[in-house]
Design a protein around this ligand. Structure first.
Ligand code: SF4
Length: 348
């Protein structure tokens, strides 16, 4: 069964798999590592343009380690899950300090770096060095859950452990880079979440979920829990020249390290807060409609308030953790998606 599964997957890959992705050319540990981090939770077609720009600016570990976090996040802005960008940058600095600028070649050393888990480390070593490694990302979990009708939500530790065993059993000893790419491609293009193309699948003849005509039940969905709702207020502080105040967020927490519209307690009086926090005087302010931004662990209801200020000259300057920005300026710093949406609407 083992050789059989892998050889069918590889035959399919030779004909239908993806062979010309940017990170498949000039395969180095660095180039593959960056691609694997970008591909976590993000589709290939979204990643490609970001990857190309990133590689132009940061072609090696040294250049990435030497950049500021602000600049790295600028190249990440729009990809989401910003902790991936922060961790990539931090890991590059650790590689420069502890490994002489060379990306480690063992899974233990890779896993010790921020942002690299067991499956990502395996994918990097398999794709870059063709080492025999076993991967289990979200796509592979879906294929294997269906192929072997594995009960339970793959986020559950025991279920995940079972899937690792199956992945280990089915992974061949030869052509490892092709096999790991093939099984990821199968999950992304054939064995998709909602409309799997079982007719075209190379392992359909012994796929247990298909035989039971129950593909839709695998993998089991995450048990539902009601997410809490939090409230916040973002201030759009505009001076008489149309410049808007941005504040840098703390390095951890939501949108960590990104620039943002200042966040204030929705219960507090806006004029008093502006006076106390920044020495700014308001002429007037108006409320915009509340909108919801959802994270994996809670919903955030954002109440934007547009505030016209009298004069910023005697108050804060563009330095440190604060800056005044014109929405049309070209070197705009990295901001999270809901903040970008609010900034874009300011002069509409
Ligand atoms: S036969 Fe269908 S459900 Fe089974 S692995 Fe292939 S695509 Fe997925």
């Amino acid at each position: 069964m083992k050789t059989n599964f892998a050889s069918r997957v590889l035959r399919w890959f030779d004909q239908h798999g993806r062979h010309d992705l940017p990170w498949q050319k000039k395969r180095t540990l660095y180039r593959v590592w960056v691609s694997e981090i970008m591909l976590q939770q993000t589709q290939v077609k979204t990643v490609i343009p970001y990857y190309k720009k990133f590689m132009q600016r940061f072609p090696d570990v040294k250049r990435l380690a030497g950049a500021s976090q602000d600049e790295v996040l600028q190249y990440w802005a729009g990809l989401g899950y910003y902790s991936r960008g922060r961790n990539l940058h931090k890991a590059a600095q650790l590689i420069a300090e502890q490994h002489g600028g060379r990306v480690p070649r063992t899974s233990e050393a890779l896993i010790a770096l921020p942002g690299i888990g067991r499956s990502t480390a395996a994918a990097i070593l398999s794709q870059a060095l063709d080492q025999r490694q076993v991967i289990l990302d979200g796509n592979v979990k879906r294929v294997l859950s269906r192929y072997r009708m594995v009960e339970g939500w793959p986020g559950n530790k025991a279920v995940e452990q079972q899937l690792w065993h199956i992945a280990e059993e089915l992974t061949p000893s030869g052509r490892n880079a092709d096999y790991t790419q093939a099984i990821m491609d199968m999950g992304a293009t054939l064995c998709t979440r909602s409309k799997p193309a079982c007719d075209d699948c190379p392992v359909s003849k012994d796929c247990m979920a298909l035989a039971a005509d129950d593909v839709g039940s695998y993998p089991a969905k995450k048990p539902k829990k009601v997410l809490p709702v939090k409230q916040t207020r973002l201030l759009i502080l505009i001076d008489q020249q149309g410049a808007i105040l941005l504040e840098k967020r703390p390095p951890t927490g939501i949108w960590g390290g990104l620039w943002s519209l200042p966040e204030v307690d929705p219960q507090q009086d806006i004029a008093t807060t502006c006076q106390q926090r920044w020495g700014l005087e308001l002429t007037h302010h108006e409320e915009s409609p509340v909108f919801r931004h959802s994270f994996s662990h809670y919903h955030l209801d954002i109440r934007p308030s547009r505030c016209q200020i009298v004069d910023q000259k005697n108050a804060i300057r563009s330095e440190g953790e604060l800056m005044w920005c014109k929405p049309q300026q070209t070197d705009f710093p990295a901001v999270a998606a809901p903040v970008a949406k609010l900034l874009a609407a300011v002069h509409d």
